[in-house]
Design a binder for this molecule. Structure first.
Ligand code: GAP
Length: 452
């Protein structure tokens, strides 16, 4: 079948985030948490398509970091950890934001909120919400970790934290993994899991939330080789994003200046993406030196040194960290993929997701609901679904069914028509080009598999 004779003009986009949020809800990617109760601030739930997308992001990361390499092991550490972990890591004392309160309207702001006029704590300071002057308190430090209690008594001694990063679960297990896996330095440990931060200024949909998932890898190296490994990892991580099909012009590095560096880092790069709300970090690559293991050795009293046989000496390894947010990468993929085109006088909304990330890989349709077409299409659908997520749709005009799959990001649609019954071929339509090809049923699975 020929390419559709249509003009495809990109439609100028003024409010991409609004459109994306609305598409995500309508098509079942992302819902507000506890929506029927009015929602919970900066917490989101993933619907049927969203959970597939996020799982695909995580699977792709796990494949690249763990399965494709011999020098990285996987781990799944618990969210709750001994409270001393967070003292050692510096989070109890240092994971804070300075906050100010308005004594009049009771709103709370970050002290560096650009909407605040004047100096908080002084009479000239003006509340950005109620406009009162002199009602803003002096900045006070507010810890971003969520606290809860372990055991039946809610007392100070029972306080535990929901982890604000997954990394610490890796540090406290590094010797367990080393000893059980027979790895040698240099080697890494990778983990995907939930993290929690009581963010003061969350927002931009799933960009900054209070509950999110991290995909973190800690690479343990000999001191002195850390800078080489840091360079390698930042290049490899950028390549990973490019291989996801993200537009290269929308990706860049941002090197942290001395005032931006986290307390644990000697050097850091962010990989940034240009969102509709500006260039923002999607992943951090950090040279954490021996900070974390030294601190855990000090606070736990357990030796965390490594004996390097080749060098015949003991040392605390240096760590190069790569730390990405699964939700943030999912959002990046959605933003990068969203486009609108003019096709035959109508707007076509397409999520041009990389096939590996697409929640549904193939839509299967009978052209009409008669002449045995639904039966054959159902058979094909079940056969495909054994290999990858597929979707059966027999309702409405065929054009509308294509559009529904386009905005779900489905790379291929398979249509059973009159010819299929005669010659056992189907029409396979590719999402981006809209080109249609006849493919024999006997090679359909292979045809799709090769292109996914
Ligand atoms: N272990 C180092 C660490 O946690 P980070 O720069 O604070 O470093 C790493 O976080 C990544 O985690 C970020 O690049 C982002 O992708 C994700 N992330 C951090 N805070 C987040 C939040 N509130 N909501 C969604 N993702 C977040």
């Amino acid at each position: 079948m020929p390419t559709p004779s249509t003009v495809r003009t990109p439609v100028a986009d003024t409010a991409l985030m609004d459109k994306l949020v609305s598409l995500c809800k309508r098509r079942g990617f992302v819902f507000q948490s506890s929506e029927i109760y009015g929602g919970l601030g900066a917490v989101w739930d993933y619907g049927p398509l969203g959970v597939e997308l996020k799982n695909n992001v995580k699977a792709r990361w796990w494949d690249a970091m763990v399965h494709a390499r011999d020098d990285i092991e996987g781990l799944d550490a618990a969210i709750l950890m001994h409270p001393k972990v967070w003292e050692a890591s510096g989070h109890v004392s240092g994971f804070t934001d300075p906050l100010v309160d308005c004594k009049h309207c009771k709103n709370r702001f970050r002290a560096d909120d650009p909407r605040i006029k004047g100096t908080p704590g002084r009479p000239d300071a003006q509340c950005p919400v109620c406009g009162s002057r002199g009602t803003l308190t002096e900045p006070r430090l507010f810890n971003l970790m969520f606290k809860t209690f372990m055991g039946p008594v809610e007392e100070q001694a029972a306080v535990v934290y929901l982890r604000p990063e997954t990394a610490q679960g890796i540090y406290v297990n590094y010797l367990n993994v080393l000893n059980s896996s027979r790895q040698k330095i240099p080697f890494g440990i990778a983990q995907i899991g939930k993290a929690f931060r009581n963010e003061i200024t969350p927002g931009n949909f799933i960009f900054r939330t209070r509950e999110f998932e991290q995909m973190e890898m800690q690479f343990f190296v000999r001191p002195g080789t850390d800078e080489e490994w840091f360079e390698r990892w930042r290049v490899w991580r950028m390549e990973w994003y490019q291989a996801l099909g993200l537009r290269p012009a929308k990706l860049r590095f941002h090197r942290h200046g001395p005032e931006e560096l986290a307390h644990y880092a000697k050097a850091a790069y962010d990989i940034q993406y240009e969102f509709p709300f500006g260039w923002q970090e999607i992943e951090g690559i950090h040279n954490r030196t021996d900070f974390d293991l030294s601190r855990h050795q000090e606070y736990s009293g357990k030796k965390l040194e490594y004996f390097d046989q080749a060098e015949n000496r003991r040392y605390i390894p240096y760590i190069v960290e790569t730390s990405a947010g699964a939700d943030r990468v999912a959002l990046t993929a959605l933003v990068d993929a969203y486009r609108e085109e003019e096709v035959e006088g109508e707007t076509r909304v397409v999520l041009g997701l990389h096939p590996a990330l697409a929640p549904i890989k193939a839509g299967v349709f009978p052209l009409v609901k008669k002449d045995g077409m639904p039966e054959l299409a159902t058979e094909i659908y079940h056969a495909l679904k054994r290999r990858f997520p597929a979707f059966y749709d027999d309702s409405g005009a065929i054009g509308r069914r294509y559009r529904r799959m386009d905005e779900a990001g489905t790379p291929f649609c398979v249509t059973v028509d009159g010819e299929t019954l005669a010659d056992r071929t189907v029409t396979v339509r590719e999402r981006d080009s809209m080109v249609q090809e006849r493919v024999g049923l006997d090679r359909l699975e292979e045809y799709l598999h090769d292109r996914l």
